[in-house]
Design a binder for this molecule. Structure first.
Ligand code: PMP
Length: 318
């Protein structure tokens, strides 16, 4: 918290914190995976870069460089002596400085949490039963949807709660124009006749790091792929559908609005991409070694670590 490592119970903030009232913060969700005798952080530099870009979109100053934040993530894991798979949550938020909505003069706090973590969705099921939310995804012209800002997530809370109340596992947002957008914390892909499609930035999605990784994998496998507007009706007639996200990883969708997708089981291409993604995150795909940062310096991954560190972002404003 603001440069110190503090015990979990002491990691508290004042009730007058600006971000608590107005959502004025930006954050990231990062995973680290247990691999051999090491822990590998997945695309650390890319997550921190996105956090700095989110901060820039809201004119929040960050008191640390990207390199300092990346190093703090590594140190936090080492100091906790974590050797399991983890979830890492860096957050930069406006602290105590009054009720003024223009928070430029309000100090920005930076905290990082890390804790052991396995699955986001119920692991007893092979995939997800999804509903199309009655709520649309937040975005332009009201807010910059590309920013991973705290306040934006009240939209996801609304949709996810509505979805759970109706007995679904996850909600899918349409954008303001009624095109398919994304989940409450995931991007979406559809497969029809072996053609893979996903909505692009024009549909108001978050620039998902898992999405981008899966697109690279699709290209490696030379599977037909397009990034395009996706109509709602395509959801109900596709052969396969899946979500991608740091927490969700690659998650098969089994039904949408109670209509089964394909045969109602994880599809062939979905399973292939789940497997490929699973290999990348634990450093088993040599092409993507640069995506993992070794926490404990296992020699097998150290070369990757030094390459990742050279890509760690400096301050956006520099
Ligand atoms: N969309 C939203 C709204 C999200 O919150 C997330 C999770 N960060 C994603 C998509 C997926 O992004 P990523 O793959 O970078 O976790």
């Amino acid at each position: 918290m603001d440069g110190d490592i503090v015990p979990w119970e002491k990691a508290t903030v004042h009730v007058f914190t600006h971000a608590l009232h107005y959502g004025s913060g930006v954050f990231e969700g990062i995973r680290a995976y247990k691999a051999e005798d090491d822990v590998l952080i997945f695309r650390l530099g890319d997550h921190i870069r996105r956090m700095m870009e989110s901060a820039k979109l809201y004119s929040f100053d960050l008191p640390y460089s990207g390199e300092e934040i990346c190093n703090a993530v590594i140190e936090l894991i080492q100091r906790n002596d974590f050797h399991d798979s983890l979830y890492i949550r860096p957050i930069a938020f406006k602290g105590v400085g009054g009720i003024n909505l223009d928070a430029r003069a309000t100090p920005t706090s930076v905290s990082i949490m890390a804790f052991p973590y396995r699955k986001y969705f119920n692991h007893d099921k092979l995939g997800l039963d999804v509903n199309v939310s009655t709520w649309r995804r937040i975005g332009e012209p009201a807010v910059p949807g590309l920013a991973k800002a705290c306040g934006h997530y009240i939209n996801s809370v609304l949709a996810r709660t509505e979805s759970a109340e109706a007995g679904f596992d996850e909600a899918l947002f349409l954008d303001g124009d009624g095109h398919v957008c994304e989940g409450t914390g995931e991007n979406i892909f559809l497969v029809k006749d072996d053609q893979i499609a996903t909505p692009g930035f024009g549909s108001g999605i978050l620039d998902g790091i898992t999405r981008e990784t899966v697109i690279s994998l699709i290209r490696d496998l030379e599977l037909p792929f397009t990034e395009r507007e996706v109509a709602r009706a395509e959801l109900y007639t596709c052969d396969e559908a899946f979500f991608t996200g740091t927490a969700a990883e690659v998650a098969p969708i089994l039904s949408i609005d109670r209509k089964p997708i394909g045969n109602g089981k994880p599809g062939r291409l979905t399973s292939k991409l789940m497997e490929g993604y699973g290999e990348i995150v634990i450093g088993r795909n040599s092409k993507y070694l640069r995506y993992v940062t070794s926490v404990y310096g296992n020699q097998q991954f150290v070369r990757a670590t030094s390459e990742t560190n050279s890509q760690i972002p400096r301050r956006v404003t520099e």
